[in-house]
Structures are given as structure tokens and as C-alpha cells.
Write a protein that binds this ligand. Structure first.
Ligand code: SF4
Length: 744
């Protein structure tokens, strides 16, 4: 093995960099006087899956000074949400971890060098494996790092370290869509392009609040010249619902019944596109039989809609002259029967032939900036490139491309996130490595996870901050560079590969995740296996080769420079397409399935359906309210580990936890706006400040997901197909917390 200093230099430059950024350096529109921009580079935002391009202005040393949205990028067209504008602020936070930290005998963290950190990492995890078996160490990763890092992590852990269980927080947001598309289309392939927001006559948002969660996508809807009808299906009167033409405030988790009921009405109206169904789908007859059992009487009883509302809804979808598109996100994905619900949306588009043309499609909006990269290249559920671990030919092909022995690739799938948690409880998992995520905040029923800490013999956290809840529980913290301090590719919701650039040096001894994985490979003893994985761009070339012949083929993308020139490129972009383009840039907006051919063996989409099941924890006499959770503001991102670092974003978000309560319930419980409220579920309790508002229905309450207490309450139920947690519905009770009052 080469000396550490050489390895560090090879991957990251000198180990100790000048920390140029200081707390408070960045803020909306503020340019520190001592920093003068002299050049500009473009980079893709690292928060959400929209994938906006930002122009980062650099000083003479190539360090970021400030940024502005990119006016010439086909995604954001010159716009950015508050998080994008403040994207540099988290880099300059005071609590960045700048050196590895090892928990010492007295329980406190002590700074150590990389040499000791890497030896401890490998020594302790190998010890766990030696005592409890190779699969007793698991990894929980993220949808927030670049694709090349995800792929390297997946290959390192599964092919190099001999681990089996690797999952990521993509399980919490996009697992449902992954499974739904795969079963229905034969591949995890969102069919749309963002121009469809402007090309549609009728946009149906189901369990989606883009006004808050995807503000730039929402801006594109608002700027449509077609004067579209916007329909929102959501139990809450969200900001999107307020701006929509129609809002159907259905009962929580009645969406599957509603969607089958709509299919029933569409068939009865003669709105089925029989030519498309015949030519391009399988399973229609059985589906038509299935939805016969969903007459309006049943659907209205379940959803709370009137028969007139239901008819009116179906009529809006039935008009063949109109382009109808369907959009869903976490209100669907985080449910106990989420995969079948997503597929019920897909079925409506197939039934009416609303797919493959501008302004149509069953379109899943992704959450994290690289959930799409994680779905294809995380090496968790699918083998690198969307291949199947269980298929010997697939394993042989991947091994050939990577120059590996195929025997190193496991034929079994990893446990899903919840199964890894169960494995900790049962003692089968004794070592855990957590990367760029904070499960102690974000995992469902978080109290259980915290209680399991004592069952782990060794917990490593790799993150930008040592202050996350999970980092505080760790034995070892590895300091990681963040977005903007490294390079690589993110894949956005519309399948666009976009480039992230290094615009700032990571502080102190913090290293890119890529460099950390490479060092771990060396210290673990499998470094040679990754000799070709020498830089993020070298890995990009390997991934490109792995994509060849797959639906996600991007073999026509030459390199990073090509991505930058073309302003991002959507997959597929094959070598043949590139040759045919003969030097011209790929079309900026491309959608899938225009030819009516899908990725299943018969090249036909499938109607997939099932019987609705009751909600796992209904309100009752003891816990009479239904708790809904979701994004609260466009200024906060998930657990807030980055957005809370920005003074501007903190000002734009509520201070502390809030709970939205309907005025009828508030009156009955003698709760006024600004009162502190005690909320209890069967699993835990929290306090929040009351916001009395008719946007939630009587009997329901809403708490934003960003507060670190909310998952004390949530009920751990999972969709059986995707194993995605059902965060959106559990039973709680509430009362005013006596003598506590605080305004938001
Ligand atoms: S919408 Fe998403 S990608 Fe665009 S600026 Fe905001 S957080 Fe970044």
C-alpha cells in the first residue's frame, strides 16, 4: 500500500487545505468584500431532484464567492428556489467536521488523523465480521451524493469488503416508484421531460405539493401558455391546491380506491384507448374486470367525494383531445400500499393512451437530487446499471465490464432499510456505516432506532457535520466534503445527467466521499480491484459502459465536457444517437415511449393492480386524530442538516415545530393559535406550536417532517412491494400544554 500522504494527494490534493470560507460568508445577494469574483462556472444544485443549474462566481483562486441561477439551462430557465440561492451557505457552517473523530474511553470524541481513522474503521469492522459473519456489517447510504460515489460505494462494499446489506435513504422516498415503473414498464423509467409541465392541458397532482416541494417545476406549470386545468388530489388544502382549478380533498389513504373508481368510470364512458391498449399493453381485460368492483357508491364512501365530483373528475380525464398528465410524489410513495397506488396512476395513463406524447404521462417527481442515480447505480436493490443480482448472465456481464471475477458479485439482494433495522434488533447486524444521512432523525418510529444503538458494536458516520443526531451516536466520524467541494454527476427527475463542479475546498482534513471510499479500499486490502476507478470521471466512463444496451444507455455522452456543453443530457443517449447527431447537441427535451414500445420482454406495458387494504393504524377513541406529515416550506430540506445552516433559510421557515389543526377541533380542545400542544402517539410524544387553519380537515393534523421530533410519533408500516415506510398516516391524540404559549 502507498503511504497515506500519496494516496490523499492522488485523490484530493494536499491534506490540509486553507479553509477559505468562513461562517456567514454567504447569504442571499451578499458578497463578502474580501472576495472578488473573476470567473464563473455552472454546476447543478445538490438539494432536490429538479436539478437546477447554478452559475457559481469564483475568485482568482477558483473559490466560490456567490451564485446566481443559470438562465440558459433547460431545467430552471434562470430560476432558483431559496435553497438554491443559499446552496453555498452550508459549506461555511461553523460546525463542519474538519478531522476524523474517534470516541475515546470517557465517551467524548477526540480528533485523530486519517491513518488512525482508517485503521480503526477497517480493524473494528473486520473484527465484527470475524465474530459474527461477513454480512453482520451493513451500510445505510444516501441519495445526496454524486453517482460515481454511489457506484464506488456499492462496488467497494459488495465486491471488495464482502458485505451484502446496503440500502439508502432513497428507500424512504423513491423505492415505490422504482418498483412500480419496473413492474409496469419493465424498467425504472420515468417517461417525461419538464417541458411536459407546459405542454399539458390537464395536470393531475396526486399526493404532491410542488408549490412547496418542487417550486421550480411549479413555476413552469404557472408559466404555461395553454391555460391548463390543474387538479390536486390531497387530503390537505396545500399551497398547490389553493392555486389549482380543482381540489379533491379525499380521505387519507383512499387514493387507491379513487383511482380504480376513475378507471371504472372512464371505461363506462368509452374513454379507453382501445387501439393503444391492444398494441402496447398486457393485462387490460383482467384490470377492467377488477375495476368493475369500484362503482361510485363505493368510491364516494371511501374518499368522501360526492358522485358529482367523481363524475366531473372522470370527465376531465376522458377528453381525447386534451393532453392529460399525472404527477405524484411522497403522498403516494410513502403509503402502506404505495406501489399499487403508483401503478393505479400508471394504469389511468395506459387506459386512456396518455403517454409518449407532449404533455402526457404517468410522471413520478423524484425527491433527492440524486435519487435517480441511486436507483440505477447504488448497487443496492439492482446491480450496477439496473441489472439483476439474481441473474448469472447479468453478473457475468457487469464483472466483464469492470474487469472483476464474477464470483465476487453476490447473487442475493441486500436487505431493505427496515430489514437492516430489524437485523440490528435481532443481533444479526453488529456493525453499521452511515453515509450522508441522519436515520436517528428521519427513520420512522425513531425511538426504536435510538434504542438499538446499544446493539451495535461499531457505528461509523461519514458526514459534513458532527452535529447530526446519528453522528452524535457514532464511535467514529469521518469528515466528508459536501456538494460544491467535489465533482460528479447527478441525475434529475426527467433523467437528465447534470454536472456538479468543485467550487470550494473542503475544510481542514475533510475529504470527498469518493476519496474516503478509495482510501478505505486501500486500507481494507482491496485497492487493486479499484485501480480503474481512479477519479470520478474515470468512474463515469465505467458507468457509461455499464449502461450500454440498457434502457438508461448514455454511451453517447463523451465525457464531463460534453455534459457541460450540452447543458445536461437525458438518458437514453446512445452512441448511435450521438453519431446520428453528427456534432449537434442532443435535443434538449426528450420523452420515452413515443413508439408505444416498453422495456418488458413483450415490449408491452402491464396493468398491475390489487385490492385496497385498510390503513395500518386508524384513529380510534384513544388516539382520535390522524397525523399527516410532509414538507413544510421550500426553505427547508429534509432533516435540515444543511438548510438550517443558512440564516436566510432559517428566517424563511417556522421557528420550532408547528402543528396545523382545524378550527373545529381547536375550538373543541380549547387550543388557540400560538398555544403549545402536546401530541402523543402509541410510540412517543412531542410538543409543537398550534397553527389553527382550515387547510387540514377536522380529525386530521399536519406536522412538517423537518422537525427532529416528528418521527417519535410515526407508525412503522411498510409497503410490501417496495418496503417504503408509510410516513403519512398514524393515530395521535393532542391537548393544550398548560401554560406554554409561543408564537411562530
Ligand atoms: S428547486 Fe431544487 S434543484 Fe432547484 S434550486 Fe431549489 S433545491 Fe435546488
Amino acid at each position: 500500500m502507498k503511504p497515506l500522504e500519496n494516496l490523499l494527494r492522488a485523490h484530493e490534493g494536499p491534506m490540509t487545505s486553507e479553509l477559505v470560507l468562513r461562517p456567514g460568508d454567504f447569504g442571499l445577494g451578499r458578497v463578502p468584500a474580501r472576495l472578488k469574483p473573476v470567473s464563473t462556472t455552472n454546476t447543478v444544485c445538490g438539494f432536490c431532484s429538479t436539478g437546477c443549474s447554478l452559475r457559481v462566481h469564483l475568485d482568482a483562486a477558483g473559490q466560490a464567492v456567490n451564485l446566481t441561477p443559470d438562465p440558459d439551462y433547460p431545467v430552471n430557465l434562470g430560476m432558483a428556489c431559496p435553497k438554491g440561492w443559499e446552496a453555498l451557505a452550508p459549506l461555511a457552517a461553523a460546525d463542519r467536521v474538519t478531522t476524523p473523530l474517534l470516541r475515546a474511553a470517557g465517551g467524548r470524541f477526540a480528533p485523530v488523523g486519517w491513518e488512525q481513522a482508517l485503521r480503526t474503521f477497517c480493524g473494528r469492522l473486520k473484527h465484527v465480521q470475524a465474530r459474527h459473519g461477513p454480512h453482520s456489517v451493513a451500510v445505510l447510504s444516501t441519495g445526496q451524493i454524486v453517482t460515481e460515489e454511489m457506484a464506488l460505494l456499492g462496488a467497494l462494499t459488495k465486491f471488495g469488503m464482502g458485505l451484502l446489506h446496503l440500502d439508502s435513504n432513497t428507500r424512504q422516498c423513491m423505492a415505490t416508484t422504482h418498483v412500480a415503473y419496473k413492474e409496469s414498464f419493465g424498467f425504472d423509467a420515468p417517461p417525461f421531460t419538464y417541458a411536459d409541465f407546459e405542454e399539458s392541458d390537464v395536470l393531475v397532482f396526486i399526493g404532491a405539493n410542488p408549490c412547496i416541494a418542487h417550486p421550480i417545476m411549479w413555476q413552469r406549470v404557472m408559466s404555461s401558455r395553454r391555460q391548463p386545468l390543474v387538479i390536486v388530489v390531497d387530503p390537505r388544502r396545500t399551497e398547490t391546491a389553493m392555486a389549482a382549478g380543482r381540489h379533491y380533498a379525499i380521505q387519507p389513504k383512499s387514493d387507491l380506491t379513487l383511482l380504480y373508481g376513475l378507471a371504472h368510470l372512464l371505461i363506462n364512458r368509452g374513454a379507453a384507448d382501445e387501439a393503444f391498449i391492444r398494441a402496447s399493453t398486457d393485462g387490460y381485460e383482467a384490470f377492467a374486470l377488477h375495476v368493475r368492483d369500484f362503482p361510485p357508491s363505493r368510491v364516494c364512501a371511501a374518499t368522501g367525494l360526492t358522485p358529482e365530483e367523481l363524475e366531473q373528475f372522470a370527465a376531465a380525464l376522458a377528453d381525447r383531445e386534451k393532453r392529460v398528465s399525472y404527477w405524484w410524489t411522497m403522498g403516494v410513495n410513502q403509503g402502506h400500499e404505495s406501489t399499487r397506488t403508483a401503478q393505479a396512476i400508471i394504469n389511468l395513463a395506459l387506459l386512456t393512451g396518455q403517454i409518449g406524447r407532449p404533455g402526457t404521462g404517468p410522471n413520478s417527481i423524484t425527491g433527492q437530487c440524486n435519487a435517480m442515480g441511486s436507483r440505477l447505480y447504488g448497487n443496492a436493490t439492482s446491480l450496477l446499471g439496473g441489472y439483476d443480482f439474481a441473474d448469472a448472465e447479468h453478473r457475468a456481464h457487469v464483472a466483464r465490464v469492470l474487469g472483476l471475477d464474477a464470483a465476487l458479485i453476490p447473487s442475493a439482494k441486500s436487505w431493505a432499510y427496515d430489514q437492516i433495522v430489524d437485523g440490528i434488533e435481532s443481533g444479526q447486524i453488529r456493525g453499521l456505516w452511515v453515509i450522508a444521512t441522519d436515520p436517528a432523525h428521519s427513520w420512522i418510529n425513531q425511538g426504536r432506532l435510538a434504542a438499538l444503538r446499544s446493539k451495535l458494536e461499531f457505528l461509523v458516520v461519514q458526514d459534513m457535520y458532527a452535529t447530526t443526531r446519528t453522528a452524535q451516536l457514532a464511535d467514529l466520524i469521518l469528515p466528508a466534503a459536501g456538494w460544491g467541494e467535489k465533482e460528479g454527476v447527478l441525475i434529475n427527475s426527467e433523467r437528465r445527467l447534470g454536472l456538479v463542479r468543485k467550487v470550494a475546498r473542503a475544510p481542514g482534513a475533510a475529504l470527498s466521499d469518493f476519496a474516503i471510499f478509495k482510501l478505505i479500499a486501500e486500507y481494507w486490502g482491496c485497492g487493486k480491484m479499484f485501480a480503474r476507478w481512479s477519479s470520478p470521471e474515470a468512474v463515469f466512463q465505467l458507468l457509461k459502459e455499464l449502461s450500454r444496451g440498457q434502457p438508461c444507455d448514455f454511451s453517447g455522452v463523451r465525457d464531463y465536457a460534453h455534459l457541460a456543453e450540452a447543458r445536461g443530457i437525458q438518458w437514453p443517449w446512445t452512441e448511435a444517437s450521438e453519431m446520428a447527431a453528427s456534432g449537434r447537441a442532443p435535443q434538449r427535451q426528450r420523452r420515452l415511449f413515443a413508439d408505444g414500445r416498453f422495456f418488458t420482454p413483450r415490449r408491452r406495458a402491464r396493468f398491475v393492480f390489487d385490492h385496497p387494504r385498510p390503513m395500518p393504524e386508524e384513529p380510534d377513541g384513544s388516539y382520535p386524530f390522524l397525523l399527516l406529515t410532509g414538507r413544510g416550506t421550500s426553505a427547508q430540506w429534509h432533516t435540515g442538516s444543511r438548510t438550517d445552516k443558512s440564516a436566510v433559510l432559517r428566517k424563511l421557515a417556522p421557528r420550532g415545530a408547528i402543528i396545523e389543526i382545524n378550527p373545529v377541533d381547536a375550538r373543541r380542545l380549547v387550543i388557540r393559535a400560538g398555544d403549545r400542544v402536546l401530541i402523543q402517539s402509541r410510540r412517543g410524544e412531542m410538543r409543537a406550536t398550534a397553527v389553527v387553519t382550515p387547510t387540514v380537515q377536522a380529525g386530521q393534523v399536519f406536522i412538517p417532517m423537518h422537525d427532529d421530533q416528528v418521527n417519535r410519533l410515526t407508525f412503522a408500516a411498510f409497503d410490501p412491494h417496495s418496503r417504503q415506510p408509510s410516513y403519512k398516516a398514524c393515530a395521535v391524540r393532542l391537548k393544550r400544554a398548560i401554560q406554554e404559549r409561543r408564537s411562530t
